[in-house]
Design a protein around this ligand. Structure first.
Ligand SMILES: Cc1cc2nc3c(=O)[nH]c(=O)nc-3n(C[C@H](O)[C@H](O)[C@H](O)COP(=O)(O)OP(=O)(O)OC[C@H]3O[C@@H](n4cnc5c(N)ncnc54)[C@H](O)[C@@H]3O)c2cc1C
Length: 339
């Protein structure tokens, strides 16, 4: 007998989770339900770097974080090296990670995973005009061009027999009659959906400019970064906790451009193509866990997978692998078995 699984959320976390559920539970009928798709999600406009850090997820047990990173990197690495990389939107790119704050004991966490990571010498930092930084790393990683990647994920899900439904869900209980398991991947919407007071949307802003001469990324441990995409270069950012406005604030635009020009004077004069504002799904720690909910006399297993904050692109595939395992365990356990 086939089971019905709803994946709530069509951002990178929802789509990755949906595909992993299809792989882990081949008999499942999987439906992605969301009120926003593609360009209306946070995932669409993100910088798309795989550069996981311990500092950005301080409360996750480090072994879990490493496991998620390992699964994600295995996947992105293989995509970026594949002949389809151009269609998928995965680019191998080198850049500089520039640091002033003290590093946590496990950082740079990405060192274990990326293609290459080496600490820079003082003379190298000085030569590049980065003398204001305490240290820096030369890193080769994968940058994901989100428009292409989300399209590729959507197609892959549909080709595997997946279905989409556009709808706002006020309570997970609305799904209890129709579905055997619900995967909650609502990102910044999860706080309201499941009354989770530990979430905190964190506003971000990227100014996308035409600067085809910039072929490296530059990431600081402050708010400033420069991330080339396929056609435009993204200048970032702000981290405004609790501000949920999706409007461009010209004061932020000015600060972002000035910060990037200071970091990298060769950005100066680049023409602005467009600006984008999104809400990072902040939480004190990523929530990746099962819960059994009761709605009247109906028992509904839910797997939560949200709260990825500023690391949701990098960690999406890895957390999706583990979320799908949890769903498979629920269904194969005695009480939930329908397989
Ligand atoms: C400026 C900026 C730059 C970033 N750069 C990077 C980066 O370089 N690397 C990185 O790893 N991360 C980056 N991030 C973080 C990353 O974008 C997020 O962590 C990630 O996109 C979260 O994905 P998600 O699928 O959880 O959420 P979203 O993409 O927001 O998707 C949430 C989905 O849930 C649905 N939903 C919510 N509530 C409901 C409801 N009640 N009913 C129905 N549907 C609902 C929405 O419709 C949507 O489909 C950046 C973020 C910002 C803002």
């Amino acid at each position: 007998m086939s089971v019905n699984i709803a994946v709530l959320g069509a951002g990178v976390v929802g789509l990755s989770t949906a595909i992993n559920v299809q792989q882990s539970i081949p008999s499942a009928r999987v439906t992605v339900i969301a009120d926003k798709f593609f360009e209306d999600t946070t995932s669409y406009g993100a910088g798309g770097m795989f550069i996981p850090s311990r500092l950005a997820s301080p409360n996750v047990p480090v072994d879990d974080l490493r496991n998620w990173c390992r699964e994600s990197w295995k996947f992105y690495r293989q995509l970026a090296l594949s002949p389809e990389a151009g269609d998928i939107g995965t680019m191998i790119m080198s850049g500089y990670h520039l640091i002033n704050k003290p590093l946590s004991a496990e950082d740079p966490l990405y060192q274990e995973f990326v293609f290459n990571s080496q600490e820079m010498s003082r003379s190298e930092l000085n030569d590049l005009g980065f003398q204001q930084f305490r240290t820096g790393y030369r890193v080769t990683t994968v940058i994901i061009y989100m428009r292409k990647y989300l399209t590729w994920l959507q197609k892959r899900f549909e080709q595997n027999g997946g279905m989409f439904e556009k709808r706002h869900v006020n309570s997970i209980g609305e799904l209890s009659e129709q579905y055997d398991v619900v995967m909650n991947c609502c990102g910044p919407g999860s706080g309201r959906l499941v009354s989770d007071t530990r979430t905190h949307p964190t506003r971000g802003h990227i100014v996308r400019v035409r600067a085809p001469w910039i072929k490296h990324w530059f990431l600081t441990d402050g708010e400033t970064y420069i991330i080339p995409g396929e056609d435009l270069v993204g200048l970032g950012t702000v981290r405004q906790v609790g501000n949920t406005s999706l409007d461009v604030d010209p004061r932020d635009t000015k600060n972002i451009i000035e910060g990037c020009e200071k970091l990298c004077p060769n950005v100066k004069g680049a023409q602005v193509d467009h600006e984008w504002v999104g809400l990072r799904p902040g939480r004190d720690r990523i929530r990746l866990e099962p819960e059994v909910c009761h709605f009247g006399n109906k028992r509904l297993p839910v797997v939560h997978n949200y709260g990825h904050s500023s690391q949701g692109i990098g960690l999406s595939w890895g957390t999706a692998v583990y979320a799908a395992k949890l769903a498979a365990e629920i269904l194969s356990s005695k009480s939930g078995s329908k397989l």
